[in-house]
Design a protein around this ligand. Structure first.
Ligand code: P6P
Length: 335
């Protein structure tokens, strides 16, 4: 279907959304509006990030989020901005955010959609100018569109996402998203206040030579992961890990590679959050021809039981993810 409407590089995000909506005869425009609301918030957050050093809003906010992580001021600002944009846009009834213990009811009781988000991931990198990102998932509510979203609405498996994406605030700011018909990347031009299609129909390389993980945790990695890392070194692969999931994911998506955050002593269930980090990136990587698992199970088939539950994550080029599985399986057999 996308071949019929292959849009040229340079198409604005707004026009792209409109043209893609035309491909779905029964589309009523709510999801299109939701995507525009996310893009608006991204532009505002991008401006805040770029001005942070000048406005004294870098550094800690003096509180901790539900994960016990020091909240950075920009974390809080990003959370407020995305919630406000989604509330004002009217399409979202309920939001799950890394920054809030409980779900946020927007008051849009007739809104059809649920959004799960990490408003600013990798925020420990804010003060040192390393790329950070926003991660989001969109679900259709399963409850009646006549009241607040329910917990069941918020604990759907990743396979039920209707859209997923991220914004990377790096050397340039990009919005990368999918609605299940391929992955497209849009680069922001601040002087025009527009996102322009720059990476149409992204497909990740089936193989790669980049592996991303925090080897500081090596001693408590599962034996299979240790064996896989030895294999990477024997193959003279390149280690690239910047401590910002969106930055590491985006590089591996475009160049080929694998990101691994396994269970560790400090994070026995992995560190990354299933509902608003793993699921979104898993939808994107699968739409781009890659794979995402927890080391054994496909991320998108995992059914969350808690809003902030964590999951181990192995994500990237399919042949590399399969290789990780091989080492994990071998170690289980020989254990
Ligand atoms: P570690 C940032 O806090 C984050 O959630 C991801 O963006 C990043 O990949 C990971 O944690 C870094 O964790 O334990 O290696 O510092």
């Amino acid at each position: 279907m996308d071949d019929q409407l292959a849009l040229p590089v340079g198409t604005t995000l707004d026009r792209f959304i409109m043209r893609k909506q035309e491909e779905f005869p029964y589309a009523t425009g709510e999801l299109s509006q939701l995507l525009r609301d996310i893009a608006l918030a991204a532009k505002i957050v991008n401006r805040e990030i770029n001005r942070a050093g000048l406005l004294g809003i870098t550094g800690n906010y003096g509180q901790q989020n539900v994960q016990g992580e020091e909240q950075q001021k920009l974390d809080v600002i990003a959370n407020i901005r995305f919630i406000r944009a989604l509330r004002n846009g009217g399409e979202v009834c309920t939001i799950i955010s890394e920054e809030d213990d409980h779900v946020i009811q927007t008051g849009n009781t007739e809104g059809k959609y649920i959004v799960a988000m990490d408003p600013l991931d990798g925020s420990s990198n804010i003060d040192v100018n390393v790329a950070i990102g926003t991660i989001f998932s969109v679900y259709r509510r399963t409850s009646d569109a006549s009241g607040d979203g329910t917990l069941e609405d918020c604990l759907q498996s990743g396979a039920r996402q209707v859209a997923a994406g991220y914004i990377i605030y790096g050397s340039s700011t990009m919005l990368v998203y999918t609605t299940g018909c391929g992955v497209n990347g849009f680069t922001y031009e601040p002087s025009l206040g527009e996102f322009f299609l720059s990476h149409p129909m992204i497909m990740t390389p089936s193989e790669g030579k980049i592996y991303s993980c925090n080897e500081g945790n090596l001693n408590s990695f599962p034996e299979g992961i240790k064996a896989y890392l030895d294999y990477c070194k024997e193959q003279n692969y390149t280690s690239r890990y910047i401590g910002s999931l969106v930055g590491d994911f985006h590089r591996n998506l475009l160049k080929g590679g694998v990101y691994i955050y396994p269970a560790t002593a400090k994070a026995p269930n992995g560190k990354l959050r299933l509902v608003y980090e793993c699921n979104a990136l898993a939808m994107i990587i699968e739409q781009a021809g890659g794979m995402a698992t927890d080391g054994t199970e496909r991320i998108l088939t995992k059914t969350p039981t808690e809003l902030h539950q964590r999951s181990p994550l192995v994500i990237g080029s399919p042949e590399m993810v399969e290789k990780v599985h091989t080492f994990l399986a071998e170690k289980v057999l020989t254990a």
